[in-house]
Design a protein around this ligand. Structure first.
Ligand SMILES: [Zn+2]
Length: 99
């Protein structure tokens, strides 16, 4: 019972997130709202968001930052990492990619 609820919630997060991504360019306000709802669902059901979702939220201002639209992504070597810069607050964070 509980599991299927979580599954439905996970599915909703995926759909909302995909919608947010596709709206990010033409309708950033709607994208922001959809992303916020996705985040709320994940908190409510205690679902760990997949990396591509969690990395699309700024760790500083908590906004939804669509990759390549509201954030700049740079790849680093040694150690292999990605650097994500939020275009709202300019906060940069780095994620080391483990191999
Ligand atoms: Zn930010």
């Amino acid at each position: 019972m509980k599991n299927s609820k979580k599954q439905i919630a996970t599915r909703r997060i995926e759909i909302l997130f995909n919608n947010a991504l596709s709206n990010a360019k033409n309708n950033p306000r709607l994208a922001q709202r959809q992303a916020e709802i996705a985040k709320k669902i994940s908190l409510k059901f205690k679902i760990k968001m997949p990396f591509e979702v969690s990395s699309s939220f700024c760790k500083n201002c908590k906004k939804f930052i669509a990759p390549g639209i509201a954030s700049k992504i740079r790849l680093g070597s040694k150690p292999k990492s990605i650097r994500i810069t939020c275009t709202y607050c300019n906060h940069t964070y780095r994620k080391i990619i483990s191999q």
